[in-house]
Design a protein around this ligand. Sequence first.
Ligand code: DC
Length: 228
Amino acid sequence: MVNGAQSLAGVPVIAIDGPSASGKGTIAAAVAADLRYHYLDSGALYRIVGLVATRAGLNLDQDLEVSSIFLNLKIKFKSSRIWVNAEDVSDAIRGEQAGEAASRVAALPSVRQGLVGLQHGFRQHPGLVADGRDMGSVIFPDARLKIYLTASPEERAKRRYKQLIAKGSSANMTDILQDIQARDFRDSHRSAAPLLQEADAHYIDSTALSIERVVAEVLDLYDQVQRV
Ligand code: DC
């Protein structure tokens, strides 16, 4: 058991952190596919907690109340879908409301603590690409490569607007921009694991870069650290 734990601790991790709608998910999934590594979308876990707590009518700012849902929460990732108990929540957690609820419950220390073991469980051979806000700072501080990926708030709002329209949802640019700015503020000003750029993280501003360019840059940086 100790040997197993030790060998998993040696499994390489690429941590990609950054603000909401910075493209982390797209980039992390593409890098993971290229390397044939596992992929952890840690934001999905906070979205699940936000969704379940909202449905249960809990106070989203009450640590003990919200963290009580862990007693009954079985989360399963399978074939790019996410299941909670017997329900496929993949689409439900992507809504703006779940995102807003996620940002609130993510500020609660017991919720963050309750998700640590689950996130560590994704560290499996041959490697892991993990995206979120605290992948490089708290969950995988020994990550072999740390990236801080961002883009201007206006560019991120534009990307989210396009996504929503493509899905057939209605969207308003001014509302989206305000929402992104409010979420940025909450994610980076909370006391528990705030979003920040680690000193050893590589900064990438994707405002004027294509997805392919950013993926290539991350793979190139990873190549460089592998060679050291
Ligand atoms: O990446 P996302 O938009 O799906 O994340 C949803 C919310 O969860 C976001 O407001 C910040 C929070 N989050 C977090 O606090 N820590 C993480 N590792 C991932 C997400």
